[in-house]
Design a protein around this ligand. Structure first.
Ligand code: ADP
Length: 600
């Protein structure tokens, strides 16, 4: 906005104008009045002096009634002072007058000033002159000689002349006043203009700061007498900028925390409209961000339990904890839900926060663990019950014949072996689960490991007349892993191949490199696994034929241990099989690169 367009400018300037006009007006008026009084006074004094002079000078010619001398005398005074001078005889006849022919003038005995002069020696009167038809200020003086009245002298000033004189002087005062007035008006204009420019600058800067431009400052050089205000505005801008950056940093931190949280977080206001929703919550609830911000929660999240928990939290202001089942697409999730109401500094409700924690996996693991404990107990119970039954029979019947006793003892023995295998496998599982790190890992040459495993398995294989052969890669294939675990994996696969292959079978162990992986295959010509069982054989305690497995000393845990070890090594295990023809178990894991064990 231009300066002359601002209300501030015109208001302030008009105030100044008013004061200046009033001031100069009053001073001018007072001057004019004083001037008029002093001029009148001055003129009166001069008139008195001239009158006295004339009275003295006219005494002599009056005595002799020397009209010529009197005329000379009066005209000299008149010329010098500009006064009208009249000389009157005691009987009222006019002897001399500087403005009129005395002969043409009427008798002046009754003129008030003459009467006064005769009566008291002098007389001052202002009145209209019948002779000259103008207003005059008269001063008449009696001229006496030894107590005898010789005549009356009179000096008069035309009122008009005096007024003109006063007016001329007053005009001068007026001129001066106007000059001062215009000077004052101009300087006030400049002053108010500059002040307005400063005020305008401060206003604009403050407006800019208020609308968020915290970098704006009032230049000190342009603050013109408002330095303190300018400093305060600049300080305010600096403080606001600082506060904003702190707020922004805090908000960003919160946003980052929210975004990075595994838990879903939904922030709602007191009307249950969604204010903020983080990535995890969007994912868990299968929502899209843009669509849901500002919408009522109950309209968008169609889960009765969530809505009820939110209602309750807002109503009771307590933290609500509950577990909900949530159908996300086709996946059934189990979610731990926490709802806490939020309040401002005065305790007024301002909304609530919902925290959703996906515990589906945890629940699943929990179930697996419970199942495992149940299965393990069940598996353990069978040999223990058998051992207990057999041993009790022997204890209760000491006369049992030797053959029966032997058979009982053998069964007790085989059950205890089974028990020991089961406990052994369970311990392996618990060791594997407890030890999830890589601290036992080292560089292992698989060719060596396989050779050793084959050598160890050879006697058992030969007892079943199996041909156990190995086809190992010529090159040294190294992996980075746990020697004991990988040994166990090999043993379990070779052991199964021997177990599930009828007499005089063929078992081959192959090792080769495939790009950056090593691939180990254990192939047998055994009973095979039908397709519906192929994936499940890796589950704990899963056995296709429980009786057969048990008779062969199986626990149902061997392949689950194999898969666990494979996964711990960043690898995998699969099976390909044709029932009746045989199976091949394929284990694949990353190769340890020469000199760089970390890239696995
Ligand atoms: P088990 O102790 O019973 O052998 P595993 O976990 O090692 O337990 O194997 C699970 C099941 O998979 C076995 O009971 C068996 O039915 C089947 N199986 C494992 N290896 C073979 C194989 N080489 N040939 C045929 N079936 C096998």
């Amino acid at each position: 906005m231009k300066i002359y367009q601002t209300t501030y400018f015109w208001r302030t300037y008009l105030n100044y104008v008013l004061f200046i006009l009033l001031g100069t007006g009053l001073v001018g008026l007072q001057q004019a009045i004083t001037l008029s009084a002093s001029e009148t006074e001055k003129d009166e004094a001069s008139q008195h002096a001239q009158g006295a002079l004339l009275a003295t000078a006219a005494a002599s010619p009056l005595r002799t009634v020397d009209q010529n001398a009197l005329e000379d005398l009066t005209s000299i005074i008149a010329v010098q002072t500009g006064l009208r001078v009249t000389v009157i005889l005691p009987d009222g006849r006019v002897l001399a007058d500087t403005m009129e022919n005395p002969l043409a003038m009427e008798n002046h005995l009754h003129r008030p000033e003459v009467q006064l002069a005769i009566a008291r020696g002098n007389g001052d009167v202002e009145r209209y002159s019948q002779t000259l038809n103008r207003n005059f200020v008269y001063r008449a003086l009696a001229v006496n000689s030894n107590g005898v009245l010789l005549g009356v002298v009179r000096v008069a000033r035309a009122r008009e002349d005096l007024d003109v004189l006063i007016h001329v002087k007053q005009l001068e005062v007026l001129k001066n006043c106007l000059l001062v007035l215009s000077l004052l008006l101009i300087s006030a204009f400049v002053m108010v203009w500059r002040k307005t420019a400063t005020v305008e600058l401060l206003t604009k800067t403050t407006e800019a700061i208020a609308s968020g431009d915290f970098e704006r400052r009032v230049p000190e050089s342009r603050a013109l007498g408002m330095k303190r205000l300018a400093d305060a505005i600049n300080q305010m801008a600096r403080n606001s900028a600082k506060r904003l950056s702190t707020l922004t940093a805090e908000r960003n931190r919160l946003a980052t925390i929210f975004t990075g949280m595994v838990e879903g977080v939904v922030d709602v206001d007191e009307k249950q409209n969604i204010v903020h929703i983080n990535e995890a919550a969007l994912f868990l609830l299968d929502l899209q961000r843009e669509k849901y911000i500002g919408k009522p929660v109950w309209q968008e999240i169609r889960n009765q339990k969530i809505i009820l928990a939110l209602d309750e939290a807002l109503r009771t202001r307590a933290v609500i904890k509950t577990q909900i089942d949530y159908l996300r697409g086709r996946e059934q999730l189990v979610i731990d839900l926490y709802v806490a109401s939020l309040a401002d500094d005065n305790g007024n409700p301002i909304g609530a926060i919902l925290v959703l924690h996906d515990v589906t996996e945890l629940k699943h693991l929990e179930r697996i663990r419970t199942d495992f404990v149940a299965n393990a107990s069940h598996e353990l119970k069978t040999p223990i019950t058998a051992i207990r039954g057999l041993s009790e029979t022997v204890v209760n019947d000491p006369d049992v014949d030797k053959q029966t006793l032997m058979s009982f003892m053998e069964r007790i023995h085989s059950q205890s072996i089974r028990l020991s295998q089961l406990v052994g496998d369970l311990m392996t599982i618990s060791r594997l689960e407890a030890d999830s790190g890589e601290h036992n890992f080292s560089r292992i040459n698989l060719v060596d490991l396989i050779s050793r495993a084959i050598t160890a398995a050879k006697p058992v294989a030969e007892s079943k007349q199996h041909a156990l052969t190995a086809q190992l890669s010529g090159e040294k294939l190294e992996v980075f892993g746990d020697r004991q675990n990988l040994s166990q994996l090999l043993d379990n696969l070779i052991d199964n191949a021997i177990k599930y292959t009828p007499i005089a079978g063929r078992i081959e162990v192959r090792l080769r490199r495939e790009e950056l992986d090593v691939v180990l295959e254990v192939e047998d010509s055994g009973i095979g696994i039908s397709p519906q069982h192929q994936e499940r054989v890796f589950e704990r305690f899963y056995r296709i034929d429980k009786a057969r497995s048990q008779s062969l000393g199986g626990t149902g845990l061997g392949l689950s241990i194999v898969r666990n070890i494979a996964e711990r090594h960043g690898g995998s295990v699969d099976v390909a099989s044709q029932p009746g023809k045989g199976s091949v178990f394929i284990f694949r894991m990353p190769l340890a690169l020469a000199g760089n064990e970390e890239i696995r």
